[in-house]
Design a protein around this ligand. Sequence first.
Ligand code: ZN
Length: 368
Amino acid sequence: AEIAVAPATVLGFAALACAPVAMPVAEVLARCARWPAAWIAWVARTGAALPGGGVDWPGDWTGALLLAVVTAVLVLLGRRLLHRPWLCAACGLLLLVAVVQPPPLARVLTGWPPPGWRFAMCDVGQGDATVLAAGPGAGVVVDAGPDSRRVDRCLRALGVTRVPLLVLTHFHADHVTGLPGVLRGRRVGEIETTVYEEPPEQAAFVRREAARRGIPLTRAVAGEERRTGALAWQVLWPPARPAVAPDGPNDASVTLLVRSGSLSLLLLGDLEPPAQQQLAHSPDAARLARVDILKVAHHGSAYQDPELTRLVSPRAALISVGVGNTYGHPSPRTVAALRAQGATVLRTDRDGALAVTGEGAGVRVVRD
Ligand SMILES: [Zn+2]
C-alpha cells in the first residue's frame, strides 16, 4: 500500500487546491486520486480479514501500561535475538502461530471445539449466534450477534469456512450487526430472513451487505423444510400469512426445529409469549414435545409461555446472554421454570461458548 500513499496524497491536495478556482479540473484530479486510495482501502480490508488481523487491546490506562511493558520487553529481546539467527527464526515462527492460531493446533491445545460437535452457541455478548454443524468446514449459522469480531473468532475456532445458509431470525441489532464477521473470508450460499422488515434501517443494512457480496436473500416461512447431509431443519414460524400483524420484530423471529441424526434442537429466536402460545397450539406442537436442546427465547427474558416450556421440556436449555447486561437477562424466574422441567441450564455469560455433542442419553454440552 505504501507506493499508493504519495499519489493519493498529492492528487488529493491538488484537487483541494483547484476546487475553488477550477472545479472541473479538481473533479478529474479527485477521480484520479480514487484509484490509489481504493488500493490502500483494499489492502487494509484484506489484511484485516486475515486470521489474527486484529488484536483486541484494552483501551484504558491498563492497556497503555501493558503496551509500554510489551514494547520495552520486545526492544530488549530484539537486541539479544539479532545475534542468534536460529532463535530469531524460532521466535518468528512462534509469533506467527500465536497470531494465526491454526484451528487444528488450537483444538489440540484448548480442547475446543469438542470432536463431533453438532450444535454450538457462540459467546457474542448480549445477542445470538448459533452454529449447526453441516459437514467438514461447513456450518449453518443462525444469527450473527452484535459484534463482527466475536462471531468471526467463534466461527474460526469452530473451523467453519463455508456457510451454506445464514438465517437472521429478525432484524434487531443484537442478531444482525455481526453480519460482516460471518461473511469475512467465508463462502456464504444464502441469507434467509424473517418477512417482517423492522427496524427498516437494519433490514436495509442486511440487504446492502448481501448485495455487495452477491449473496441471494430469501425469506423463511413456516412449512419450509431443508436438509444438508445429516442436518435437517424445519421452519415453524413466522406463518406466510399471519392472522394478525406481529407484535414487533421479536414476535416475527424465524423459529427452527433442527435435527442432527436423532438429536433435536429448537431455536426460538426472540419470540415473545403471544407467538410462543400460537406455536404451542399449532399443528407442529406434537413435534415439539421433549426436544433435546432448547435455545431459550429472547436471551432468557422473564416473558415466556409456560405452556410451551412444559411442552418442550428440554434436556438442556442454552441461553445466549451478555455479562452484566442492563436488561436483567436471563430472568431467575425463567431459569427456575426450565430447571423445574428437568433441564440443565447453561448460559454464555458464565459458561462461555457452548457445544453440544452425542445424542440420546449421551447428550453433552461442553463449555469453551
Ligand atoms: Zn435479541
